[in-house]
Design a protein around this ligand. Sequence first.
Ligand code: SAM
Ligand code: SF4
Length: 340
Amino acid sequence: MAVLTPDPKEDAMIDPFGRAVSYLRVSVTDRCDFRCVYCMSEDMAFLPKQNLLTLEELDRLCGIFVDKGVKKLRITGGEPLVRRDIMTLFRALSKRLGNGLEELTVTTNGSQLERFAPELAACGIKRINVSLDTLDAAKFRAITRWGDLDRVLQGIAAAQKAGIAVKINAVALKGVNEDEIEAMIRWSHERGMDITFIEVMPMGDIEPDRFDQYWPLSAVKARLLDQFTLDEIDYRTGGPARYVRARETGGRIGFITPLTHNFCESCNRVRLTCTGMLYMCLGQDDSADLRTVLRASQDNRVVSDAIDRAILRKPKGHDFIIDRAGTRPAVGRHMSVTGG
Ligand code: SAM
Ligand code: SF4
């Protein structure tokens, strides 16, 4: 049966607050080869494989989003590079670059990068985010529970060698990487990489009390002023980070501050899970089941209509709060479900 496609020009996604949705983050698996303490419990239960969208379904759905005005696609997870045959999806998606899609990118823990970097580069991937919270091997093992720092560093080097620009993403963790922040900035900038710090967000029920991990980026920034002169700059990557430049290194430092600063006003993103649930906001529970619609009809216009109905429910903002009284997470699902 022929696949019917909506007219792209008439189909832009504008939410009730006038924000255009141009950025789709796709979690392609909930599985991971690490168990970061702020993200997963050690004995995480994962979804049965039959619940997952196939790679073909993911490609079809992403294509519909691109026709509806998505210009930037980020593949995430779980760990996206542990999904079997994931390069098939990258190859398919790369064909959409230049046909509406402007950027295809990945967020990864770096463990499989050494193997996949050349192929990712061949698929037109020009920039990736690698999550790395410490440069100390023992600490790295403690944070990720299962990770090997050397392997990640080799992965980063391989990506750079393949011509991919790497941005380091580090979660700011009180009492864990507090003493390393300046060293990590220098290390990243010496290698030509931007570094972005993220506040720990209250997602998923996991053991350590998140109030103990929470280190507001306002405090991180204040501390950096002892060693760096930070100039505000206008640089944006289409994501929620705000950047400054350190005069001493010449490199950029980003801050993602969902808790200390409401980052919702300019939100241009929606998130798709590996089971085809569309989340209109990282910090809210409302979602739309696109898998059922996708499987029920070969007509992409039907799927497009379901997406339109979902976008009309995009909320104004999230409700993250961390305080000692609130021990329950703001949203019950883990970050690995929507991929950050
Ligand atoms: N596995 C890949 C990785 O680690 O980059 C992609 C998925 S991971 C869920 C995406 C990002 O979310 C990572 O940078 C990770 O550090 C971050 N993250 C996970 N749980 C978080 C939390 N509770 N608060 C803030 N960031 C979190
Ligand atoms: Fe895996 Fe990324 Fe979550 Fe760490 S943050 S457990 S690497 S999905």
